[in-house]
Ligand binder design. Structure first.
Ligand code: ATP
Ligand code: MG
Length: 177
């Protein structure tokens, strides 16, 4: 019998006010770029994509992520851009976000040490605003969208009859200063 696997990734989720603002922006950018907006509840920032893993390795992910210690931080996102090849319109940052980079690096090192696949490309943090865009939008927001990052999650990406859905497997709080 084939072993069952889960498609998993680590992510950050905006708080409710930021999510509402980003969902509005997603609708705007989708119209502008000819794409389909990301649904409110799907709006996230991927910290690390792991991919298909058997259940025993998902347990190992829970343990390794528990070891990552990071402080809560404010994330500021002010740039809209696009990946032309994949038709993705995204929200990212025009400035370095060192705490985010540190969290990503810690998690990546932990993944690497346990033999999980990691993306060798430089980390390009972004939230997907729209898919199947035909035009690349490139602009700066006058006011960054900000939220305090208090936790990160391990997610399963599942294909339901209603379309793709994300399920939270585990969540870890960041340390308050
Ligand atoms: P769909 O693929 O059905 O459009 P999705 O991209 O939201 O849906 P997944 O493909 O499971 O769902 O991806 C989950 C998250 O991981 C998304 O944020 C996606 O951008 C990111 N991701 C997926 N594949 C990779 C990859 N190879 N490298 C880096 N990030 C990835
Ligand atoms: Mg995908």
């Amino acid at each position: 019998m084939a072993e069952s696997t889960q498609r998993v990734f680590f992510a950050l989720w905006p708080d409710a006010p930021a999510r509402a603002i980003i969902a509005g922006l997603a609708r705007e950018v989708a119209l502008e770029s000819g794409g389909r907006p990301t649904a409110l509840n799907h709006i996230h920032l991927t910290l690390a994509f792991v991919g298909e893993q058997p259940a025993i390795r998902v347990d190992s992910l829970r343990r390794l992520a528990g070891v990552v210690r990071a402080r809560t931080f404010m994330l500021a996102l002010d740039e809209i851009g696009g990946f032309r090849r994949t038709g993705i319109a995204w929200l990212g940052s025009s400035t370095a976000q060192p705490e985010l980079a540190a969290l990503h690096d810690d998690l990546t090192r932990a993944l690497q040490s346990r033999g999980f696949p990691v993306d060798e490309r430089p980390y390009a943090p972004h939230l997907t605003l729209a898919r199947r865009s035909t035009t690349v939008i490139d602009r700066r927001l006058s006011q960054p969208i900000r939220w305090r990052v208090n936790s990160f999650t391990l997610m399963a990406s599942e294909l339901a009859s209603s379309g793709p859905a994300y399920r939270t497997i585990a969540e870890w709080s960041l340390v308050t200063a």
